[in-house]
Design a protein around this ligand. Sequence first.
Ligand code: NAD
Length: 492
Amino acid sequence: MRPDNSDKKNKGGLTPIATTKEWKLLYFQHGRPGLEEDSEFKGLCRYCEVRDICVLPKPETGVWRCQYYRALVRRKSNLYENALKQLENAEGVINCDRDICKILAETMNELVVHFPVKMDDGGIKMLTGYRVQHNNALGPFKGGLRFHPLVDIDEVRGLATLMTWKTAITNIPFGGAKGGIQLDPADYSVHELEKITRRFTFALGNNIGPEYDILAPDVNTNPQIMAWILDTYMSTVAPTERNRCSHVVTGKPIESGGSQGRNKATGQGVVFLIEEWAKDHGFNLKGSTYMVQGFGNVGSWAARLMKRNDAKLVAVEDVTGAIMNENGIDPDDLAIYVQKHGGVLGYPKAKPINHEAFFSIKADIFIPAALENQITAETAKLLKVKLVAEGANGPTEPEGDKALQLKKIDVIPDILCNSGGVIVSYFEWLQNKRSEFWDIEEVDHRLHKMIIDAYERVRGTAERYKVNWRTAAQIVAISRLEMVYRERGIFP
Ligand code: NAD
């Protein structure tokens, strides 16, 4: 979640300057270090190419761009289509039961809610939220909640489907779901965000629950938002149930029943898997180089935890821009800067670069940890890395994937690579149910075991069927689901 900008709105802070049907949000960004109030520049943004309405920050960095340049040009989400393509690929290899694949190719329930919220200025704003429950054959629906202006039903369908594969691959007793509210948190005060979160939770009603559908943080949501969801849910059940439902959300603050290690879990899982890959390939991580896209929860933790391997972070890109320093960027120091300034742009100990230059950096490992569809046919061609460890969900388009294969770049696919988050969410859920509190050593130890077991299942499957890791991961997931459907049959 970005800092509260409510006090700056329309006062030289993040001020909306144009809204059209196609391009929902364009901002001129005042308030960055070195930017003057009069530093508007009207012209062609090389990224979004919306000539007439694009207003760019002064090129303190030498890079002209509008703040939301790539979020805006991101092609309409085809995540769901891609998730189904992965299913088809795996189905072709293992001859999966066609009827069972028919079930897995559909989402089970889809909820779209339009709800009103009273803003700080007294006006009413209508918002749209989604919860898609893809499958619960293995256990309760489970998946994050995202706040983003480009959230739509297709994106949420795709993310929910990926969650089903992810929980299946890691052998945890959950199904797959995902939710989202179409908004940009920078447009709202903290108070407004709390009201939006609570009202959405209320609108979901009995469609979520600790034994039915469990939420967690995702892009632009965090432990505080989970605490508001929990409090709202607790306040709407019978008083006798109130203290039995803390596991309706995971990723809560520790004091409200959260687990040690959940905050860093996804990044920690990414790093455990990179270490395993390095062991497998006789690759020495000491002195190796890595680059990270996205410096939020997943990206910043992965970057910081890589430090213990004496690896060097050479480039970072987030929504504000990209930076590089071939002598290394200290991820802990950068995290402090980002906390203060809201993004990596302007970090004084690295130089700004553009998007193409970021993808062209020579490094050993690339950790995409931002949004989907970032590794395209074009950007994959630029990459000069040995390994892509997918911290984000769906960061690689199918065409990008083909290009990575042609270049013989190894990939630890998203449904395996970022599963550390849902694994520790499962631990949190278990601790809540049993009224237990595990220390960080226990959480890390169990996470390591579960994620490396999943890695080995995927590696074994890739070897057995002579397929790439993405298809192998998919095969592991659908084989487990297929077995469960075969055992139980279809009701009635
Ligand atoms: P976050 O909101 O904490 O961070 C997102 C980061 O991406 C920010 O640094 C933001 O600046 C950057 N970003 C956004 N748009 C960008 C763009 N167009 N170009 C470059 N950078 C951009 O979110 P997060 O929780 O770290 O999630 C990141 C990814 O990891 C998402 O795909 C999410 O679904 C996935 N994921 C998250 C978790 C989790 O536990 N949080 C678990 C599994 C997977």
